[in-house]
Design a protein around this ligand. Sequence first.
Ligand code: GLU
Length: 319
Amino acid sequence: MTIKGRFAPSPTGRMHLGNIYTALLSWLSVKKQGGSWILRIEDLDPQRSKYEYARQIEDDLAWLGLAWDEGGLDDSGPSAPYSQSRRHDRYEEALCRLLDTGYCYPCRCRRADIMATQAPHQSDGRIIYGGTCRPVGLPVPWNTLADRSTDAAVRLYVPSDIIAFDDLIYGHQEVALDSHCGDFILRRADGAWAYQLAVVVDDAEMGVTEVMRGNDLLLSSAQQIYLYRLLGYEPPRFAHLPLIVNDAGRRLSKRDISLSMAQLRQRYSPPELIGIVARTAGLIPEATPVTPQELIPLFDITRLHATESITASASRASS
Ligand code: GLU
């Protein structure tokens, strides 16, 4: 089996230490196994995604020495295009197959209405859909549903079964989709594709065998496994990484200017910065300058921390 990993940034801003952490570790993991690494641009959101940010991400990865084997803005590789904004026909085709299962239905509920009926503990912004628009007696063939107009969202029914999987870092996971998210959206009312559908179609069609990313997406892997099964694809292996947080314990965002690539590139050389990230991951004891290539023999996925988060420290002299 050809090992394929990927880095799938959303070009909505400059990368920060957390993105570099994910990029470096996913690169190391596939390189250690002799595999190849894909750069996919997740620009599904036309309002927030910018071509210039995607260009900058490429420039930052190249500066760090993290070369991709496939993908990027010039679409090199057999699964082009590698930008989600140009893959609508793939998502459309997958949606048609999902409609054929009889488990999809149109939904006109607005986010605010769903939020209003939510239990107050959903502080993470997750929406658990209660099934207001779900037709009785599913599966129901899509073409027999009365309201199939394209200005409604398309939602997918989830069964009450438990989805179980073994994360390479966080171990065995069991998720009941009906209480985790409920029936979820595949295509929004405005025609935008849902991340869950796009990521599954892309990872499957690009032949990705290992998905390494932040642990904010750990549980949504269960939604993705459900989609893999419905679409008849083999799921990849999942490996989630602790989130890199700032001193206040919050995940890094554009506000953490000092940990943004713009500033990091001014303060450090590529080997210095790779050394800082490698030390954060526990790959080396001190933040000494090192290249990604030199880290390959040191990488061991079983030694990565399965903690909730890691506090960022962009300093060479950290203890
Ligand atoms: N595009 C997502 C992000 O930048 C990553 C999604 C994934 O790795 O599955 O956070």
